[in-house]
Design a protein around this ligand. Structure first.
Ligand code: FB9
Length: 293
């Protein structure tokens, strides 16, 4: 029946075939999770079954204070300039920080403390107030550790996060201006580098990745730091699968954590394992053909 038939009255004399009530409707297309979200869920289950608590990473905008200064990353570090970081225009700053903590961060950057000589530069609050798109989820890890340090009684903690991070980098077939970072953090008294190495073997072992190798590396916020490698039998070569380290005292003690509290942490990306698992060799396929990069 059409609108014309109704208007003209033709519907009164039209011959219609018998309605077949047995006819099957068109089967609705089933939805499906995006490959990145399927792999995210696999990692989340591994963390949850190992007793980790998920961190609140549902805010992409971060202050430079929590993303860099709290992590003892100096204000003149190249990662903090507009070539690598997305700065917000409006609002451009946040000014709410815990006063005492901010003073201790300022001091440890400029004159040192807690056994450190610091960086010896004139730390500027204006730099710390700048709002950015977080460049790593470690910004949330620092806020969680600060909160842990405010507890009256220290208790060990295991946190994880899997969420988007943003870097103002040139994009190519395997790098985008944004990607997903997977991060794990374990805080306890007396943890050692051996515990970190052992835990990496256990964690990656749950994904069938064995025989890890660790290479000394540098991060502003961890000392020692190690890149993590695994032998890829398909590619017949060692591939980097993540980065790790022990958060520095210059990061932990200004928060108020006791000097004997050690925090081991590690991170990896979500895109690479997803592309390997699903045999995707161009990151554009991961984000749909519409993404003109
Ligand atoms: C700017 O790029 C950063 C991203 C991403 C990354 C790197 C470091 C961290 C970190 C950290 C960290 C360190 C110390 C303390 C806290 C966090 C997080 C993500 C991956 C890290 N990478 C990466 O994921 N590679 C990877 C991971 C897993 C994998 O297969 C699965 C095991 C089965 C295969 C490959 C290495 C490279 O892909 C690298 O080119 C891209 N990296």
């Amino acid at each position: 029946v059409t609108a014309e038939m109704l208007q003209s009255g033709e519907w009164k004399t039209a011959q219609f075939k018998k309605y077949n009530f047995e006819a099957l409707g068109v089967p609705p297309l089933g939805g499906h999770l995006h490959p990145l979200m399927k792999v995210r869920e696999e990692f989340r289950q591994i963390f949850l079954e190992m007793g980790f608590e998920e961190m609140p990473t549902n805010r992409f905008v971060e202050s430079s204070f929590w993303n860099f200064d709290a992590l003892f990353q100096p204000q003149q570090h190249p990662a903090r300039d507009a070539h690598d970081t997305f700065f917000l225009k409006d609002p451009s700053t946040s000014t709410k920080f815990p006063a005492g903590y901010l003073e201790r961060v300022k001091r440890v950057h400029s004159v040192g403390g807690y056994g450190s000589i610091g960086y010896g530069y004139d730390w500027q609050i204006e730099e710390a107030e700048k709002l950015i798109l977080r460049t790593h989820t470690t910004a949330v890890s620092s806020a969680m550790l600060y909160k842990l340090a405010q507890q009256k009684e220290f208790r060990p903690a295991k946190y994880f996060s899997i969420d988007r991070v943003f870097r103002n980098e040139s994009v190519d077939a395997t790098h985008l201006a944004e990607f997903h970072q997977i991060e794990g953090v374990i805080a306890d008294k007396g943890l050692t580098l051996g515990d970190l190495i052992g835990f990496m073997n256990t964690f990656f072992g749950k994904m069938g990745v064995k025989d890890l190798r660790f290479k000394p590396a540098y991060n502003p916020y961890t000392e020692p730091s190690m890149e993590i490698f695994s032998y890829h039998y398909g590619l017949k070569k060692w591939v980097e699968i993540g980065n790790s380290g022990m958060f520095r005292p210059e990061m932990l003690e200004p928060m108020g954590l006791d000097p004997d509290v050690r925090v081991i942490a590690w991170g990896l990306g979500l895109e690479r394992p997803t592309m390997i698992k699903y045999g995707i060799d161009n990151i554009r396929e991961l984000l749909g053909h519409k993404v003109n990069l």
